[in-house]
Design a protein around this ligand. Structure first.
Ligand code: IMP
Length: 429
């Protein structure tokens, strides 16, 4: 069966977890292909709230095998904690249900310390990372001095590599950053315990996925973060260090483009961003606060991983149009439409003005992006509570107009919208 790729179309936090949860119900395998525990997916099932960082939300569906792909960076200690948490809630986490690539890279305590030290050193120019060691781990990967997950199968070599990496980093921490050193022996011991636990889960993911697809399995590739945080296509340098776009799914899992026939982009009905970097439609004051919510609910706009309040603004279809192009979306899922209920009018950025010039795509430098002014279209709002809508016809005309205008501005059909946080609060067109 052909594979489906699901990716974030904005700056992450688009509500991919709940969309993945819906698509996972129709899948046999759900595979993560990029990032690590910088991601946070919240899935609400009945009375239980699941917070997942590395394991795909597909784990909540009994028929699904979950895969952590080679494109990921994995913190083994945190992964074991996440597995234990799920197990306590009665979720089966046997090696039949979870597969870890032998070719992913390990996030070590050295990477976490370097993330914190380098962010501090950047001062006002800090990226606002999640401090999970993501950037330094990918730096070691591309610098060809990282530790791969496959090494967890060799106890002594793994502990030695861990020890050596931490010892080497201590030098940098002290000399370059004036930071505290780490205990290499303790790091090696903690990580060895996690490695022993994870060893039965290790496998060549490319071989596994290709074999499963050859025998008819339906594979869902679940992206983390979002297109505008992509190291190539995002607002560099205010990006993450991986490729959370559809291209990243192919390299991050190890199969070819002809395997894929559906590319789903998840976009929130308005814009949010955590961390630094340009955000052309950002709203300060009352309107932004209203979109953010109070923080009382898990769906309010506060980071799942870091708890930071998210920056909020109107929908930016310039960015979304670019995401549609970079990923080749076949459809868009528009989430959190219910949050827009009660606004008299809604704005959508359809273009930018930069130095007196109108542009339809984001410029390629942050300097230009920071000078961009949104060109807004104003659409009528709606006052109805739309949480009970389950079919397109249940939605007021103003809602349908908003959805259609977004689709027209991006050139991609909106096939699904979410109208609330519960599993069944989806409307399909
Ligand atoms: P890093 O991935 O921790 O290096 O962070 C780099 C940038 O990506 C920062 O602006 C983070 O806030 C952002 N980021 C990383 N992961 C996520 C995510 O899952 N959702 C939203 N933003 C994220």
């Amino acid at each position: 069966m052909p594979a489906t790729i699901l990716v974030g179309a904005q700056w992450g936090d688009e509500g991919k977890g709940r969309v993945a949860d819906w698509l996972a119900a129709q899948s046999d395998v759900v595979a993560r292909f990029a990032g690590g525990d910088n991601a946070g997916h919240t899935v609400y099932v009945g009375d239980n709230l699941f917070k997942l960082h590395m394991i795909p939300s597909g784990i909540l569906h009994e028929q699904v095998t979950c895969v952590l792909g080679n494109g990921m960076v994995i913190n083994p200690v945190n992964l074991v904690k996440e597995m234990d948490g799920l197990q306590t809630m009665g979720v089966d986490i046997s090696p039949d249900r979870l597969i870890i690539s032998t070719r992913a890279h390990i996030i070590t305590p050295a990477h976490i310390a370097l993330d914190a030290a380098s962010e501090k050193a950047r001062g006002a120019g800090a990226i606002g990372t999640t401090l999970r060691g993501i950037g330094p781990a990918y730096l070691d990967k591309t610098g060809r001095q990282g530790i791969r997950t496959g090494l967890m199968a060799q106890e002594e070599a793994f502990a030695d590599a861990l020890y050596e990496m931490v010892r080497r980093t201590n030098d940098i921490l002290v000399k370059q950053y004036g930071a505290e050193t780490l205990d290499p022996q303790k790091a090696a011991e903690d990580y060895l315990a996690a490695a022993i636990r994870l060893r039965p889960y290790l496998r060549d993911v490319s071989v596994y996925l290709n074999q499963r697809m050859n025998t008819g399995a339906r594979v869902l590739c679940e992206g983390a973060q979002g297109t505008l945080l992509d190291v190539d296509h995002g607002d560099y340098p205010f990006v993450t260090s991986s490729s959370p776009t559809s291209g990243g799914a192919l390299t991050g899992l190890g199969f070819g483009p002809r395997r894929v026939d559906r590319i789903v982009g998840v976009a929130k009905s308005f814009s949010t961003r955590v961390g630094s970097g340009p955000m052309v439609t950002e709203l300060h004051g009352e309107l932004g606060d209203r979109l953010r919510g109070t923080g009382e609910h898990f769906w309010d706009e506060y980071g799942t991983t870091t708890g930071r309040p998210r920056r909020c603004g109107w929908l930016d279809t310039v960015a979304l149009r670019y995401a549609a192009q970079v990923n080749g979306f076949t459809e868009i899922v528009l989430t959190k439409l219910d949050v827009l209920s009660g606004f008299d009018e809604l704005k959508v950025a359809s273009a930018y003005m930069i130095d007196g010039r109108q542009v339809d795509f984001p410029p390629d430098t942050v300097m230009e992006l920071e000078r961009a002014e949104p060109v807004y279209e104003t659409l009528p709002g709606w006052s109805e509570d739309i949480g009970r809508a389950r079919r397109g016809d249940d939605l007021p005309q103003a809602v349908r107009n908003y959805i259609q205008r977004v689709a027209d501005l991006c050139g991609v059909p909106v096939r699904t919208v979410s109208v609330g946080p519960e599993r069944d609060q989806l409307v399909h067109f």
